[in-house]
Design a protein around this ligand. Structure first.
Ligand SMILES: Cc1cc2nc3c(=O)[nH]c(=O)nc-3n(C[C@H](O)[C@H](O)[C@H](O)COP(=O)(O)OP(=O)(O)OC[C@H]3O[C@@H](n4cnc5c(N)ncnc54)[C@H](O)[C@@H]3O)c2cc1C
Length: 573
């Protein structure tokens, strides 16, 4: 079928939903999501959303901006960080007025807690900046925005997969989508496409991300000729449950939790004397691996302990109830009495689709691509630079999701429907047919596991040329083997086997781009740490990486970082 809408949003996380709320009722807005909307990964966000409300302690947006820039190891575009920090309080009060049930202070204002890298007075000491609803912050914001967008009348196509972007003469004409329930392939003709497809933590074996985070939107934009920005910067969150990757929110340390090595030492005192367990994530993840390498992992193994035993039953029950239940269910431990085994887990992608401050996607000449927008984790504004601070993503989603929505409405009049090219769904139909017809080959699951293990072994918290080369060789062969991928299910209804095989194409290509970008950046900055180039090198590398698809491979090029208020300085925590 061919559907027609003025504006099509792909993705029902908070970025997509916040944009939807802004545009609903003004234009004909439709949204597709490959998982049922409220199951989007945003719903799993635990710790909070950052804003200098100053409800618990004095705070200011300048301090928040500074922390964001410093946290990003000065790769952050400072105009973007300024927008983020300045708009935060407004954005949070707006959510409150929509009905988000934030925790309260005794005075009845929105409660706030400490979070990694958020400080007062330009780095002097931790500040309470994270607004939260216990440790279910994403869940409550998600439900509020979802109902708000339905109430305002947007059309939602649940469990529709974006499989292709339709471009006509460098303009967006719409998308090709696959309906999971029936197996039908549809064309959605639109004047605007807003990509809000989230991250792609599933390139790694150990990750806090949900199964849907396979980066389809990012890869499809790349395939359509959009360069991808800063793909080497992958965040590892220090406290995933050992062996599973399930997240124990930084809120646990915000509430006073402490990391300990095999000797019971609070080892972060050594690595970040000032902020200790509330240093940014890149610093703590590296510290954990240092401890493990030097033989101070628990039982000489590859994990350390998170100690919450001193927080008390009541605090665990009221402020950290969700993660306490994870510890009980997944580990059979009681966080009130037992130490929790943790190890870094792939958590967030700083890189993605380059946009300006209004969500407009930029081509290789930094020109706006007509009708194409991106917001949320799939986008790179770049507000998080080389390392995102905790609680700044939820803020990014609602601030830049709203800005994208506003800009689309402003521009809509000048964006006519581009005529659909003939048979715009042909290549998608052929791809599906081919997959269904192929009889001999390898299963997607086996290839995916090999890819995830490779990325985890050779391109995680520490990187070096030798390992990256090894990983590139393996990835190349996996991409060749992918040409012969087979599926078992040739049916039409709920064919997740088919979808997983298609998602693997995105994962493999994005892994490859991460590796190439990581190999090229010969310095250490934020989450990208090269053992063979352990220093930050502002002289040569204070610039964003861009990677564009070409006919015979890819082309890497660079663009400058926007520096406005804060000159790059060495980071000390
Ligand atoms: C466990 C966990 C806890 C976190 N806690 C916090 C926190 O406390 N504070 C904070 O600031 N950040 C937190 N983060 C980060 C933050 O939650 C994410 O960065 C953010 O939710 C991403 O939102 P999004 O709107 O960009 O995309 P998502 O919420 O990931 O949604 C992506 C959407 O795109 C859709 N989609 C994807 N591909 C397709 C396709 N091919 N076709 C159709 N639809 C598609 C999906 O169905 C989904 O609706 C956390 C992340 C994790 C994993």
């Amino acid at each position: 079928m061919i559907f027609k809408h003025d504006i099509l949003i792909v993705g029902a996380g908070l970025a997509g939903l916040r944009a939807a709320v802004e545009m609903a009722g003004i234009a004909d807005v439709a949204l597709i999501s490959k998982v049922f909307s409220t199951r989007s990964h945003s719903g799993a966000a635990q710790g909070g959303i950052a804003g200098s409300l100053g409800n618990e302690e004095p705070d200011s947006w300048e301090w928040h901006m500074y922390d964001t820039v410093k946290g990003g190891d000065f790769l952050t575009d400072q105009d973007a960080a300024e927008v983020l920090a300045k708009d935060a309080s407004r954005a949070i009060y707006e959510l409150e007025h929509m009905g988000v049930p934030f925790n309260r202070t005794p005075a009845g204002t929105i409660a706030q807690r400490a979070f990694g890298g958020h400080t007062r007075d330009f780095g002097k000491a931790p500040v309470k900046r994270a607004c939260h609803a216990a440790d279910r912050t994403g869940r409550v914001i998600m439900d509020t925005l979802y109902f708000e967008s339905l109430r305002k009348g947007i059309k939602v196509y649940e469990e529709f997969y974006l499989l292709d972007l339709i471009m006509k003469e460098d303009k967006v004409a719409g998308i090709v989508a696959y309906e999971l329930a029936t197996g039908a392939v549809h064309v959605i003709h639109s004047r605007v496409v807003l990509l809000a497809t989230g991250g792609f933590g599933k390139v790694y074996k150990t990750t806090s991300n949900c199964f849907a985070n396979t980066g389809d939107g990012v890869y499809l934009a790349y395939r359509a000729g959009v360069p991808l920005e800063d793909m080497e910067f992958v965040q590892f969150h220090p406290t995933g449950i050992y062996g599973m990757g399930v997240l124990i929110s930084e809120a646990a340390r915000g509430e006073g939790g402490i990391l300990r090595n095999a000797k019971g030492e609070r080892f972060m005192e050594k690595y970040a004397p000032n902020l200790k367990d509330l240093a940014p994530r890149d610093v703590i993840s590296r510290a954990i691996y240092e401890e493990i390498r030097e033989g101070r992992g628990i039982d000489k193994r590859d994990f350390v302990h998170l100690d919450l035993t001193h927080l008390g039953k009541e605090r665990l029950a009221t402020k950290l109830s969700e993660i306490s239940s994870f510890v009980r269910i997944y580990l059979g431990l009681d966080p009130d009495k037992d130490l929790i085994p943790v190890q870094p887990t792939c958590h967030y992608m700083m890189g993605g689709i380059p946009t300006n401050l209004d969500g407009q996607v930029l081509d290789e000449n930094q020109q706006v691509i007509q009708g194409l927008y991106a917001a949320g984790e799939c986008a790179c504004v770049s507000v998080h630079g080389a390392n995102r601070l905790g609680c700044n993503s939820l803020l990014d989603l609602v601030v830049f999701g709203r800005r994208a929505g506003k800009k689309i409405i402003q521009e809509l009049e000048s964006l006519a429907f581009a005529s659909l090219p003939d048979q715009s769904d042909k290549s998608t139909l052929t791809k599906i047919e081919r997959l269904k017809r192929r009889q001999n080959g390898e299963k997607a699951g086996a290839l995916r596991t090999e890819m995830q293990e490779t990325m985890t072994a050779y391109c995680s918290v520490f990187r070096n040329k030798k390992d990256l080369n090894k990983a590139l060789d393996i990835l190349k062969s996996l991409m060749e083997r992918y040409e012969n991928v087979v599926i078992d299910n040739r049916g039409f209804r709920f064919n997740t086997d088919l979808m997983e095989a298609i998602e693997l194409e995105s994962l493999l290509n994005l892994s490859y781009i991460i590796l190439v970008s990581a190999m090229t950046r010969e310095e250490s900055r934020g989450a990208h740490f090269r053992e063979d180039y352990p220093e930050r090198d502002d002289q040569n590398w204070l610039k964003h990486t861009l990677n564009r698809k070409t006919e015979n491979g890819y082309r890497l090029f660079y663009k400058p970082v926007t520096v406005t208020r804060f000159e790059p300085k060495p980071r000390v925590y």
